[in-house]
Structures are given as C-alpha cells and as structure tokens.
Design a protein around this ligand. Structure first.
Ligand code: SF4
Ligand code: SF4
Length: 304
C-alpha cells in the first residue's frame, strides 16, 4: 500500500454521510422503499487510549485492543497503538421506526425488525465502504466486526460478550454512556445501531464529554426512571441491570413471530429502547445542557 498524506476527521465524516445519502443498501426493503437511516454521529478514539486496557479488565481479556485487531489483520502494515485511530459511528433510528416500536408490547414492529436485518446489512456495507475508501486513499484499515475470528465469548461477569463491542467502542469515542438496560445513550438517544473501523490514520480523538460511564442514565444519575424495566416483555431488566441470557432467549423467540407475521426472515426486540426518556436524546438535564454548551467534565475515574 502506498504511503499517502493523512486523512482528516471531516473527510471521514463526509464519506460516511455520503454513503448514507447515496448507497442503494440504505433501504428498509419495505413497500415504500424507505431509507433505513438518515444520518450518523461520528467520533474518534486513539489506539493508545488507556480505556482499551480498562476494557480488558472490565469486559474481559478476550476484548481486543485496536492494536491487537489491526496487527492481526493488517500484518503487512505494522503500527504502534498511537498510530491507530478508531472511527466509531452511531446510526440513530428514524422517528417512523421508533414510533412503530413504541406501540409494540411483546415482539418488535415490522419496521424495527426490518432495520435489525436490512439496516444492519447497510451498517455492514458501511464498514466495508469505510475500509475500502481508506485503502484506496493509501491507509490500512480493518472493520473488527467483519473479521472471521470475531467471536461471541462466554463471560462470567456478563453471561456472554464479544471480541469487539461496538457500544464500548462508541463510548470510548465520546459518543455515549451506558443505561440500566445496557444500551448506549447517545446525543440522539438509545434507539440506534453502531459501527466502527480501526485505521492507521492520525485523527484528533473526540473528547469524552462525561466523567462516568453511566452519566446519561436517569437511574444512575438520580435514582429515578427505570422505565426500561417496564418496557421489557422478557423481564430481563431489573434495578440490578440487564440479564443478557433472558434477553437472548426473547430475541430467539422473536424469529418465529417475525417470519409468520411479516413474512421475512428476521428477529429483533428493542422495546426497551423506545417509549422511554432516553429514546431519542440524553434525559439527564444537566448532562444534556453541559454537552450543548460544549463543557467537559473532569477526567473520568476508572470503570468500576
Ligand atoms: S429508560 Fe431510564 S433507567 Fe432505563 S436506560 Fe433509559 S434513562 Fe436509564
Ligand atoms: S431487547 Fe427486548 S428482551 Fe432485551 S432487554 Fe430490551 S426489551 Fe428486554
């Protein structure tokens, strides 16, 4: 690969937004041909950020650092952690999709299930597009979710986890904090999907505008809310957090409903992501207003 000048963060954001605006993959495949997505939030994290080591301790040793996944899959372009940038994006669910799923009581609305399948197919296409565009510009890159050795791993602490968690990556890239239900609450809310790419490029990291990894959830901020508990048809959320196994079993049951009711092969749920105060924004007023003012908190404590 030819060595070329660095690429700017604005150019990366632009290639993501253009792909959303122009790719034929951006479709719900419904009768009206609605797009799956209309915009993205984009953040950047350094491959040398100490948070990746914290994830090894908090999520598990199996969770890759950017350096580990990059050097496994781009061995011909060795790089030090500080030479790597992680590009992370959030695709917020559109209002019509959220509205439809708000009415759902047990299984996902057709719109939500379509996004889970076709919207995620777009997200996979976006990962490839970002990697290919960077490669064409002379920069080695990898999409960790698309490599053959990405795996779901049994975890004592979390029941199961994976070698690369897009939500944790988005948190590292300044895009959001975790809620009681485990979802990532972003500036555009918790109803969203996430993606990322690791590249040998030099882009200024996005500052994390939070001091705590749960700063945007009302339950952790002031002990109120808990609305996601009531929304979950599988009773997988309690004040103790999210039971991943119960959630997984409900998702598995949703396959039959989706196929029988909507006549396509798919699944989904996301009932806890809609009809709640964190559906489409940050519900903690002080955190939301500080973000709008562009204020940054003191350095965060280690993950606990
Ligand atoms: S619904 Fe309430 S308790 Fe649940 S994640 Fe959102 S803000 Fe937190
Ligand atoms: S995705 Fe569905 S089953 Fe899982 S926690 Fe949310 S509401 Fe419950």
């Amino acid at each position: 690969m030819e060595k070329t000048a660095n690429i700017s963060g604005d150019r990366v954001k632009d290639l993501i937004q253009k792909f959303i605006a122009t790719s034929p993959l951006n479709t719900m495949q419904n009768a009206d041909g609605d797009p799956a997505w209309d915009t993205a939030l984009v953040g950047f994290a350094s491959g040398a950020d100490p948070i990746w080591q914290q994830y090894k301790e908090y999520v598990g040793a199996f969770h890759w650092t950017p350096w580990e996944v990059f050097n496994q899959h781009c061995p011909e372009v060795p790089a030090r952690p500080a030479e790597l940038t992680v590009i992370s994006w959030v695709l917020p669910q559109r209002e019509m999709v959220r509205k439809a799923n708000r009415r759902a009581k047990k299984y996902p609305s057709e719109e939500w299930a379509r996004i889970r399948v076709y919207g995620e197919a777009f997200n996979a296409g976006l990962r490839c597009h970002v990697v290919n565009s960077l490669n064409e510009a002379g920069h080695a890159a990898v999409a960790p979710m698309l490599v053959p050795n990405w795996a779901i791993v049994k975890s004592q602490r979390f029941s199961y986890a994976s070698s690369w968690s897009e939500r944790h990556v988005a948190h590292a890239a300044g895009l959001g904090t975790f809620g009681l239900c485990d979802g990532l609450i972003t500036a555009r809310g918790k109803a969203m999907r996430v993606g990322s790419v690791v590249a040998k490029i030099d882009i200024e990291p996005t500052l994390r505008p939070y001091a705590d990894h749960r700063a945007y959830c009302l339950f952790f901020a002031d002990g109120t809310c808990g609305k996601c508990i009531d929304r979950c048809p599988a009773r997988a959320i309690t004040t103790a957090g999210h039971d991943k196994e119960k959630c997984r079993q409900h998702l598995a049951r949703s396959r039959e409903h989706v196929e029988k009711t909507y006549q396509f092969v798919g699944y989904g749920c996301g009932l806890c992501q809609v009809g709640v105060p964190c559906e489409s924004g940050i519900p903690v007023k002080a955190a939301r207003e500080a973000l709008e003012r562009g204020e940054l908190p003191p350095p965060p404590p280690p993950l606990a």
